[in-house]
Design a protein around this ligand. Structure first.
Ligand code: 1HE
Length: 258
């Protein structure tokens, strides 16, 4: 899929597994790796219905590859940040929902990458930090937009001002992850969820990826209209009609019963 050895793509049925594969450097995101992330999500096989994003080794991702952070003028810095934006847009607004399997360090640009995913599963070794503050820089991979939507601007400012680190349990309570699992189980849980997500009607997944975050940012009056349009389109699909019929005729699972 990609010639870059720092990323791996596997396909398991209708789920793609994209794995950052630079464990020796704690999956630090070099420019090459960020471009490979973009390429992987832009080129998922058309049979794929959901994806898991994982990191090889003991850490999900140590953020920006600091060895590449050379003197950049303002223009080069702007384009570098926009390159990250383009890559992470492919994760958030690509073809399928993405479930991140978090463990160890989820820091700096690694947290920005995790924030672009739709569901985050963290194991008990996970920790979250934004060392940009200590390094004298700022987030540049969309974190200023996405992270406050997970945890609030006040928590993010505290992390960057004071270097505060959130451990797994506290992090889940704060909103970084929707699931917290024992050590070593994040990938298995993420895969299980991805297989479940892959069963949804594609238009439902589309609505959740593309309409919901935008509706949530719209003034209520516009949001209600966008919601109504999306609802009308989703329910008009033959698959939606079949699924409703299956429930009414006793063929579909009841809520909470498998
Ligand atoms: C790296 C990086 C990196 C590790 N860039 N090389 N991110 C940070 O400020 C986080 C920096 N990293 C760490 O704090 C630690 O490495 C970890 C807590 C993630 C892991 O600790 P540990 O003890 O398991 O590993 P290590 O011994 O620190 O690192 C192993 C190797 O990975 C080592 O290289 P080696 O050649 O000496 O073996 C490290 O130098 C290397 N390494 N992290 C480059 N980040 C869009 S803007 C986003 C801005 C940011 O993301 S700023 C935050 C950057």
């Amino acid at each position: 899929m990609s010639s870059n050895q720092d990323i791996q793509l596997e396909v398991d049925g209708d789920v793609a597994i994209v794995r950052l594969n630079r464990p020796g450097k704690r999956n630090a995101l070099s420019d090459g790796l960020i471009l490979a992330v973009r390429h992987a999500f832009e080129n998922l096989p058309s049979t794929v219905r959901a994806a898991v994003l994982d990191g090889a080794g003991e850490h999900f991702c140590a953020g920006l590859d600091l060895s590449e952070l050379k003197e950049r003028d303002a223009g080069a810095g702007l384009h570098h940040s926009r390159m990250w934006h383009a890559a992470l847009e492919e994760v958030q607004y690509g073809p399928v929902p993405v479930i991140a399997a978090l463990h160890g360090a989820v820091v700096g640009g690694g947290l920005e990458l995790a924030s672009a995913c739709h569901i985050r599963v963290a194991d008990s070794t996970t920790f979250y930090a934004l060392p940009e503050g200590a390094r004298g820089i700022f987030v540049g991979g969309g974190g200023a937009v996405r992270i406050p939507r997970l945890i609030g601007a006040a928590r993010m400012a505290d992390m960057m001002l004071t270097g505060r680190v959130y451990q797994a349990e506290e992090g889940e309570r704060a909103g970084f992850a929707q699931y917290l699992v024992p050590e070593g189980q994040a990938f298995a849980k993420a895969l299980e969820l991805a297989k479940r997500v892959a069963q949804n009607a594609p238009l439902t997944n589309y609505a959740l990826m593309h309409a919901l975050p935008r509706i949530a940012e719209q003034p209520a009056d516009q949001g209600f209209l966008t919601e109504a349009l999306m609802a009308a389109i989703a329910q008009s699909a033959p698959e939606a009609k079949q699924r409703v019929r299956d429930f009414l005729e006793g063929r579909a699972a009841k809520v909470g019963k498998g």
